[in-house]
Each structure stands twice: as structure tokens, then as C-alpha cells.
Design a protein. Structure first.
Length: 344
């Protein structure tokens, strides 16, 4: 007697269980929001956590405050927090709302709807439709592909001209406001057009925004689309973060090791910038225990500068295909001055 090929009851049960665990109601749950986000989150917000990190989306109207304590753009349908679970830091941001410039006129909206999907990877999908008084009609769909096991979110946003007339000088992008000021970026349309990224050093971790595909201003005919792509990354190690960024941008680099000799007990700031145009490729306050740091850099000539507070040291170096020697720093010697004051 031949045995029929089929699916066992156990296999069916396993499949149903897996689908249940991966359903949006289980993946995207506001009931799991940790205590350090309670003051930021509101009912029905979309929250997702991985093994080490988390992300929070605003499902309703929200205006996060900037570092100058002014309200920013409406964050409905956008990312309002991302960070590491063990740091218990809210990681507040305002990232993702659509921005369109037409003939020099800026148009900025909040999303009207937000949905989730668990297959093939967790996604948050934000959408809106608009009808401008000047006649422009369109729709926008932004997909956040959430890869929290890689501490990464890939974003694809598409705007479609649904009207009957063409748009001229149309430039489309997504709003990015980390709500903090300290950052670095080597990007320049003239000098480094292929390095469109920004890194924000934060307490005990780094946040990065990488623009993978941003088309130039163009004429968009009826039915035409503009698609843009970004990646949002977090990492506790600047070396691995920068390697990932350059990998996303397909930029060849060489690792440079910095050896730092200091006995001070307060942080110091390391800045690395291009010699020809002063574009900054790294900037961060480092702990006194940071004696060795490896940073990937594209080929070129650079200056490295350390602010010891109060002293400053500077070194020049070149990154080429051949071996790059370590860049060594030693904190300048400090002296003591005894001052006697006499009231005359």
C-alpha cells in the first residue's frame, strides 16, 4: 500500500502558530511599549521591538519638539522613536513625512492612513492623497521595511501624479529631523555627491540617515511617479556603522586605526575631515578609555583633530590602496602655574 504524500497535523499546527506569531496584531503591539516610552507613546501607536532595538510610529497627529523646544512637523504615520532596549533611552526623532517642492514652492503633509504587514518582513505602510488649490493632485505611499535584527529600517516612498497636468521642477524627499543638532556628514553635491548620509552621535550609540536614491528635480507627467529610497540605522559601534553605510552606498574604503595616548579622565572630541574641502567624515566625543579606534574612510587626504579640552592636536594622513599607517595622538603635557594675588 502506497503512503499518501501530504501535510501532517503537526506541520499544519506549526504553520498556523507561526502565522499567528507573525501577524500584525502580535508584531505591532502598543501593549508591549516599555516604561521609558510611556510618556512619548499614545494609544494605537505602532510599536515593534527586535532582540536589541525598537521603533515607534505615531498613529495620530503629533508635533515632536526640536532641541530648541519648538514643535516640528506633524509626525502622523512617521517614526517618532528608535533606539536600543538596554539603554532605556526614548531615542526621540521625527522621520518620514513627505516633502514636495514644485517650482520653488514647498509642500509638506502628514500621512492620512497607516497600516502594517508581517510578510515577507515586518512593514509599516503610510499613505495619503492630496489635491492642491493650484490644481496638483497626487498620492503618496511610504513603506518602512523593518529589519530590527540588523538595527536597520529601509524606506521606499513613491509619489504619483494623479492629476491631468504635468508638474514642473518637482523634487520629492522625506522629512528627517533627529531633534538634536550634533552631527556630521561628508555630503556635498559638488565634492561628494555619492556620500549622501548623516550620522548623529548620541549617548552610547549612533543614528544614521542614508539617502540611497534621490532623483534630481524633474517634470512629472500625469500618471508619472518619483521613487526615493533611504536607510535608517542605529549602532553602538561607529566602525561597524560606517562600514554598513559605505556598503549600502557601494563606496570603497580603507580602515584607518587611531591610537590615542591619554591619561585624562574626561571625554575628548575626535574630528576627521577632508583636507581639500573640510567635509567631515567623523565626529564624536569619546570616553578617556578609548585608546584605539578604527574608522573606514574613502581614498583621499584627511586631517584628524582631537579637542582635549583645553588643548588641541592635529595630524594629516592619506588613505590609499596601499597600507595605511596608524595615526597616533598623545595628549599634550599639562603644566601647573601658581598665582599669588595681592590686593593693592
Amino acid at each position: 500500500m502506497k503512503r499518501k504524500k501530504g501535510v501532517s497535523i503537526f506541520s499544519l499546527f506549526s504553520l498556523v502558530l507561526a502565522l499567528f506569531l507573525l501577524s500584525p496584531n502580535n508584531l505591532f503591539s502598543s501593549s508591549k511599549i516599555p516604561s521609558f516610552l510611556k510618556s512619548l507613546a499614545q494609544p494605537d501607536d505602532i510599536y515593534l521591538e527586535g532582540a536589541n532595538s525598537f521603533v515607534l510610529f505615531a498613529s495620530s497627529q503629533r508635533f515632536p519638539f526640536s532641541y530648541t523646544n519648538y514643535p516640528t512637523s506633524n509626525a502622523q504615520g512617521s517614526i517618532i522613536a528608535i533606539g536600543f532596549l538596554d539603554l532605556a533611552d526614548p531615542g526621540q526623532v521625527n522621520i518620514g513625512s513627505p516633502f514636495l517642492r514644485l517650482k520653488g514652492k514647498n509642500l509638506h503633509w502628514a500621512y492620512q492612513s497607516i497600516t502594517t504587514s508581517a510578510s515577507p518582513v515586518p512593514q509599516v505602510i503610510s499613505r495619503l492623497q492630496f489635491n492642491q488649490p493650484t490644481g496638483e493632485k497626487g498620492q503618496i505611499e511610504t513603506k518602512y521595511r523593518i529589519l530590527l535584527d540588523q538595527n536597520q529600517i529601509d524606506i521606499i516612498s513613491t509619489i504619483t501624479n494623479t492629476g491631468s497636468s504635468s508638474w514642473t521642477e518637482a523634487f520629492y524627499s522625506l522629512y528627517f529631523n533627529p531633534l538634536t543638532r550634533y552631527r556630521f556628514s561628508p555630503y556635498s553635491p559638488q565634492d561628494n555627491p555619492d556620500l549622501n548620509f548623516t550620522v548623529l552621535p548620541r549617548k552610547d550609540y549612533y543614528l544614521a540617515w542614508v539617502a540611497k536614491s534621490i532623483p534630481a528635480p524633474q517634470t512629472l507627467s500625469p500618471g508619472g511617479q518619483i521613487k526615493i529610497e533611504y536607510s535608517l540605522l542605529i549602532d553602538k559601534d561607529p566602525t561597524s556603522l560606517l562600514k554598513k553605510i559605505y556598503g549600502i552606498l557601494r563606496k570603497k574604503t580603507k580602515s584607518v586605526t587611531f591610537l590615542i595616548d591619554t591619561d585624562q579622565n574626561h571625554p575628548f572630541e575626535l574630528i576627521i575631515y577632508q583636507a581639500t574641502n573640510k567635509r567631515i567624515f567623523f565626529r564624536s566625543f569619546l570616553k578617556p578609555s578609548s585608546k584605539r579606534l578604527t574608522i573606514p574612510l574613502p581614498f583621499g587626504v584627511y586631517f584628524a583633530e582631537i579637542h582635549w579640552f583645553p588643548a588641541t592636536s592635529q595630524q594629516s594622513f592619506q588613505v590609499s590602496k596601499t597600507e595605511v599607517k596608524p595615526v597616533k595622538f598623545r595628549r599634550p603635557r599639562h603644566g601647573k602655574i601658581t598665582v599669588f594675588l595681592r590686593d593693592s
